[in-house]
Design a protein around this ligand. Structure first.
Ligand SMILES: Cc1cc2nc3c(=O)[nH]c(=O)nc-3n(C[C@H](O)[C@H](O)[C@H](O)COP(=O)(O)O)c2cc1C
Length: 203
């Protein structure tokens, strides 16, 4: 029996179009956080590390998530200047993998995103020394309350908190197929170039 291939699923002249379309579909289907990505970085010794973050902005040429610049992920991303991430939508049975180069985004985009967050989350960003040892949850709550009192209204974005942009050199789309005859297409380009090449991979 022949396994079917859905041509329209993978159609696009460049990968961001396909990425956006798949994410829109996931927004309708996934119960929670369709934009949650497993973000991989490596430490100075090349030891990998992975954790979830929310992919908040998709630009024409890059992907942005927000975090504390003192965190382990930020330190690793900035020292290696590289990162990768994976999205897996269980209901759609699809996966997207991205590998790319890292830039700091601590300007207007970070300001705008921060200003739209709930005030409680804004002060939580101030209160958290993300990835450092915390002896007691009480300490975190006290720090948070202190910042709540300090900023009565308009909470400004801390300098140590902002966006990280990943400029992809590789984006791979995977869709589940019958008998594990899945479909995979990988789009690749060189850093700084906007010419994408696409090829199909064995599943
Ligand atoms: C669904 C989900 C979304 C998350 N989103 C973020 C995020 O957008 N930014 C962030 O800094 N941490 C986020 N976290 C927490 C991270 O997974 C992680 O615990 C934290 O950032 C510290 O990671 P690090 O020590 O490797 O830097 C999220 C966790 C989950 C489970």
């Amino acid at each position: 029996m022949e396994s079917k291939f859905d041509e329209k699923l993978f159609a696009g002249r460049e990968p961001f179009t396909i990425f956006r379309r798949w994410l829109e579909e996931a927004r309708k289907e996934e119960l929670n956080d369709p934009d949650a990505i497993a973000l991989a970085t490596v430490d100075e010794e090349g030891m990998p590390n992975v954790r979830m973050v929310l992919l908040r902005i998709i630009e024409d040429d890059g992907f942005i998530f927000f975090t504390n610049y003192g965190s382990r992920k930020a330190k690793e991303a900035f020292s290696s200047k590289k990162a990768a991430f994976n999205l897996h939508w269980k209901t759609l049975r699809r996966q997207i993998r991205v590998r790319g180069h890292v830039e700091k985004e601590d300007g207007l985009i970070a300001d705008k995103y921060f200003s739209e967050r709930h005030a409680g989350s804004q002060t939580a960003a101030w209160a958290s020394k993300q990835s450092e040892t915390l002896a007691d949850r009480k300490e975190l709550i006290e720090r948070w309350s202190d910042y709540q009192k300090k900023f009565k209204e308009n909470v400004m974005r801390p300098k140590f908190w902002g966006g990280i942009r990943i400029k992809p050199i590789q984006i791979e789309f995977w869709a589940d197929g019958q008998y594990r005859l899945h479909d995979r297409f990988v789009w690749e380009r060189k850093l700084g170039e906007n010419v994408w090449n696409v090829r199909r991979l064995y599943p």
